[in-house]
Design a protein around this ligand. Structure first.
Ligand code: CUA
Length: 344
């Protein structure tokens, strides 16, 4: 083998290993569980890996052995008709052993699957936080129920959960079938138009995670992410209070101009900003848009510049999305971005 080829092969190996290991940790990884449900699924996965891995190694060992022996059989004298091969008696024992092993493996897998399923179904759901999640092309509407209508919170593309408290998600879709999946927290659940599905998550570890739509739902399926943040109960209460507050009034002349553009232009037809006349329901609620980790369902990390780029030309960042392009001068674009950036 030539030297450059060997180097390439080593590089490919290193990249493959890095990708493999990267899949086991991080903020979008089923093998790095941060909730009861994800931990149970991870346990079942580990059991399946060991049982299937063990069987796979055994099959390969027997295959290798058979190939090795076949070389000798081919060169041996043919047996006379009706005579039993000297290898047949041990072969029968081996096959009986195999049968027992396969049966045992299947019993272990079925039992493991049954017990994990039962634990998932029996998980504690008293005093669960109720959250309604509606999927649409290509974003997530997230609504927290409150004791009274004025205690209700609407946000978009972000899910914040208090650690240790079960959260009961009510999942539905507006247009096509989507699939809700935050690998670190739990399994997948489809969102189907005209139907309500539910999913229980009980976070156990504070941190930032990432969810991703897991069912092809059109052109921007890949850019349909969800920022999930698990915080302490105290931080959750503080966040809730902040989200319940109406949007702050514009405080600089530029923000005032941006507010005017928003209210008089097409923006207010599709988006809601609580505390202003804007009450559109077609697009994401923007009351506290500047407090989010990303824009456009995870398409870009949140920043002033990212927001301005998005407002200038949403179809370069996310081709085919349903936000119309609004023609604005540079000054108006800056004013609009300044106003939205003040909505913390
Ligand atoms: Cu929504 Cu894929």
């Amino acid at each position: 083998m030539s030297a450059p080829r060997a180097t390439w092969r080593r590089a490919y190996g290193a990249i493959a290993l890095a990708l493999l290991v990267a899949g086991c940790s991080g903020r979008q990884a089923a093998l790095n569980p941060a909730a009861d449900q994800a931990a149970l699924i991870n346990d079942l996965w580990t059991l399946m890996l060991w049982v299937c891995g063990f069987m796979y190694v055994l099959v390969l060992a027997f295959l290798g052995n058979a190939l090795w022996r076949a070389r000798r059989v081919l060169t041996a004298e043919p047996l006379s008709h009706g005579a039993e091969s000297p290898a047949e008696a041990p072969l029968r024992r081996v096959l009986t052993g195999w049968f027992g092993l396969i049966l045992g493996g299947l019993i272990v897998l079925s039992l493991g699957s049954f017990l994990i399923d039962r634990s998932l179904a029996n998980a504690r759901r008293d005093a669960a936080l109720k959250i309604k999640i509606t999927a649409a092309q290509w974003w997530w509407k997230v609504e927290y129920e409150g004791a009274t209508p004025d205690q209700r919170i609407a946000t978009a593309n972000e899910l914040r959960l208090p650690v240790g408290r079960p959260a009961m998600l009510e999942l539905q879709a507006e247009d096509v079938i989507h699939s809700f999946w935050i690998p670190n927290l739990g399994g997948k659940q489809d969102l189907i138009p005209g139907r309500i599905n539910s999913l229980l998550l009980t976070p156990r570890r504070v941190g930032e995670y990432r969810g991703q739509c897991a069912e092809f739902c059109g052109l921007q399926h890949a850019k349909m992410a969800l920022d999930a943040t698990v915080v302490s109960g105290q931080d959750f209460s503080a966040w809730r209070a902040q989200q319940l507050a109406p949007a702050p009034a514009p405080s600089t002349p530029e923000q005032v101009r941006g507010h005017e553009i928003f209210m008089s232009g097409p923006c207010a037809t599709c988006h809601q900003i609580v505390g202003t006349p804007a009450a559109g329901q077609t697009g994401p609620d923007l009351t506290h848009v500047a407090s989010r980790r990303s824009i456009a369902a995870g398409a870009r990390p949140y920043s002033f510049d990212a927001l301005r780029d998005w407002l200038r030309d949403p179809h370069t960042i996310k081709p085919g999305n349903h936000m119309p392009q609004v023609q604005l001068s540079d000054a108006d674009l800056n004013a609009l971005t300044s106003y939205l950036d003040s909505l913390k």
